[in-house]
Structures are given as structure tokens and as C-alpha cells.
Design a protein around this ligand. Structure first.
Ligand SMILES: Nc1nc(=O)c2c([nH]1)NC[C@@H]1CN(c3ccc(C(=O)N[C@@H](CCC(=O)O)C(=O)O)cc3)C=[N+]21
Length: 297
């Protein structure tokens, strides 16, 4: 094994403590805590785990956490009504509606109901448009966390060949926008891409966000490439007969070829939550009209 393991968990801990210090300063300046509202519809066990860890991290950073758990059969109209009440609530700076939503609810309709200036997930079309056109707005947490790890490892990304595997609104597309903003030459690959291995082999930066366990293998990589694995897949380990988490990258073979690689768990996942807190603090400053230094976080 030759690759450096990128410790996302440690980087995220550092980011959370910087956000915590700024959250304390925000409270001093305004007399109130920055607040994040998280809405969870239904009983999905994985979503419950994520929501619990988001709430815990929010409190640890010295912010207010508002959790709304709604039954599985909540109507779209009721959910939209809750979102609108959070839009109007001055104690709430950030709103996150946990995805996926139950099938009878139109996710796009719910996302569209969130005030773009409280949309700390960066999923509202207004924020997607701002990102695409170079305006200030909220950037989805996972891709922003990936960029932070890449810049920490590589410094200037300008001119590098980057391949994003996956084209979701939540990860693939905003990831490609951010890499483009950093002046990378960006390729977006997806399930219909031909000769994916050949596309990946050209890349200095590989971001894997396909949702297929261990799909990207070491022999697809350019030696020395930086590999960011966004996938979180639960599989059965055939040797131990226990469930375990793996990424979209086959870690063992990739680590022999890559220059640096994020592990799963302990890579991108913890960054997602840390950036969510960061975005909430930024939202609080904007809503309160209290300036935050440009490079503060
Ligand atoms: N509106 C919305 N916004 C989201 O940001 C959002 C969402 N919906 N739905 C679900 C996904 C998933 N997600 C993760 C957050 C943290 C970890 C994380 O911290 N993972 C740890 C632990 C993993 C574990 O042990 O289960 C790790 O990778 O090391 C993973 C995944 C946010 N999501």
C-alpha cells in the first residue's frame, strides 16, 4: 500500500471546532445562537442515525438544534407547511429536510419551498443556479467538503484533470461545478459512459459518487491520482459474515496505485456534517446582517 490516507474525520473535527469558536462569537454579537432545523419524515433507520449525529454535532458546535420527526404518512402539503413555518422562524438559520422522502412526496416541491437563504444543503434550484453562474450562495455540503480535502492535499487544483463519476444534483453536478471553478478540466462520467476505466485512467483527481460498492478498482487509476470516495454502501463481509461499510472505490487495490485516498468510513462522511455546520453559521451571519470575514472558514 502506497497511498496516503486522507483523514477526513480529523479534518472535519478541526473544521467543527473552528465553526464552534465562530458560533460563540456570533452568540456574543447577536445575543442568540445560530440555529439548524432538521426535518425527518418516516422511520428509515439509516436516516435516523444521520439525523441524530447531525443534532449532536450542532449542539457540540454551540448552535441550536431543532428536530422535527414526522410520520411516514405525512402529506406533502403538511411538510411544505412545516418548511414555510421554519422559513418564517427567526430562530432558524438553516433548514435541512432529510432525503430521501417517502415516495408519495415530491422532493423537488419540498426543496423549492425552502427559503434559498436558509437552504444550508444547497439543494434549492436558486442555489444550484448561483453555483453554476458564480454567484454567492449555499454549496451542497458533500461536494464542498471534498473540495476542502482536495485543496488541503494538493493546494492549487488549476489545470488538473478531474473525473467525477456520478451525475446527481446532490453530489455529481455540484462537484463538477466546484472543480471547474478551481480551473480543473472536468469530465462527468455516469452509468452510460463507455470505457469508464479509460476515462478514469486520465484523471489526476477521481471523485466517485455512483452508489455501487467497490466499483472503481486500482488498475483503473493513474498512478499517484488523488481519489475521493463519496460512496457509503453497507455490504456483507463474506469472511466475517458481518455487515460493513465500503465506498464506491475498491480501497485495497486503489490504495496500491493512488497517491492519496479517502477511506470509508472516516473520509468524506464526517466532512458532510462539518460543512453543514459551517453553512449554518454562514446563513446565520447573513440573516443577522453581521459580516463574517471572507476566509473565516
Ligand atoms: N437533505 C439531506 N442532506 C444530507 O446531507 C444528507 C441527506 N439529506 N440524506 C442522507 C445523506 C447521507 N449523509 C451523510 C452524512 C454523514 C455521514 C457520516 O458521517 N458518515 C460517517 C459514519 C458512517 C457510519 O458509520 O454510518 C463516515 O463516513 O465516516 C454519512 C452520510 C448526509 N446526507
Amino acid at each position: 500500500m502506497s497511498a496516503e490516507i486522507i483523514d477526513g474525520k480529523a479534518f472535519a473535527a478541526g473544521l467543527r471546532s473552528r465553526v464552534g469558536a465562530l458560533a460563540g462569537a456570533f452568540e456574543k454579537a447577536t445575543g442568540r445562537k445560530a440555529g439548524l432545523a432538521v426535518v425527518l419524515v418516516g422511520e428509515d433507520p439509516a436516516s435516523q442515525v444521520y439525523v441524530r449525529s447531525k443534532g449532536k454535532a450542532t449542539l457540540e458546535a454551540g448552535m441550536e438544534s431543532f428536530e422535527h420527526r414526522l410520520p411516514d404518512d405525512t402529506s406533502e402539503a403538511d411538510l411544505v407547511a412545516l418548511v414555510r413555518s421554519l422559513n418564517a422562524d427567526p430562530a432558524v438559520d438553516g433548514i435541512l429536510v432529510q432525503l430521501p422522502l417517502p415516495k408519495h412526496i415530491d422532493e423537488n416541491a419540498v426543496i423549492a419551498a425552502i427559503d434559498p437563504d436558509k437552504d444550508v444543503d444547497g439543494f434549492h434550484p436558486v442555489n444550484a443556479g448561483r453555483l453554476a453562474t458564480g454567484l454567492h450562495g449555499f454549496v451542497p455540503c458533500t461536494p464542498l467538503g471534498c473540495i476542502m480535502l482536495l485543496k488541503d492535499r494538493l493546494g492549487d487544483l488549476s489545470g488538473l484533470d478531474a473525473v467525477v463519476i456520478g451525475r446527481s444534483n446532490i453530489v455529481g453536478k455540484p462537484m463538477a461545478q466546484l472543480l471547474l471553478k478551481e480551473s480543473c478540466t472536468v469530465t462527468i462520467a455516469h452509468s452510460r459512459t463507455r470505457d469508464l476505466a479509460d476515462v478514469v485512467r486520465r484523471a489526476d483527481i477521481v471523485v466517485a459518487a455512483v452508489g455501487r460498492p467497490q466499483m472503481i478498482r486500482g488498475d483503473w487509476l493513474k498512478p499517484g491520482a488523488t481519489v475521493i470516495d463519496v460512496g457509503i454502501n453497507r455490504i456483507m463481509d463474506t469472511e466475517t459474515a458481518k455487515g460493513r461499510l465500503v465506498g464506491d472505490v475498491d480501497f485495497d487495490s486503489a490504495a496500491k496505485v493512488a497517491g492519496a485516498i479517502t477511506p470509508v468510513p472516516g473520509g468524506v462522511g464526517p466532512m458532510t456534517i462539518a460543512v453543514l455546520l459551517r453553512n449554518t453559521l454562514v446563513a446565520a451571519h447573513r440573516l443577522a446582517g453581521v459580516p463574517l470575514a471572507k476566509d473565516a472558514i
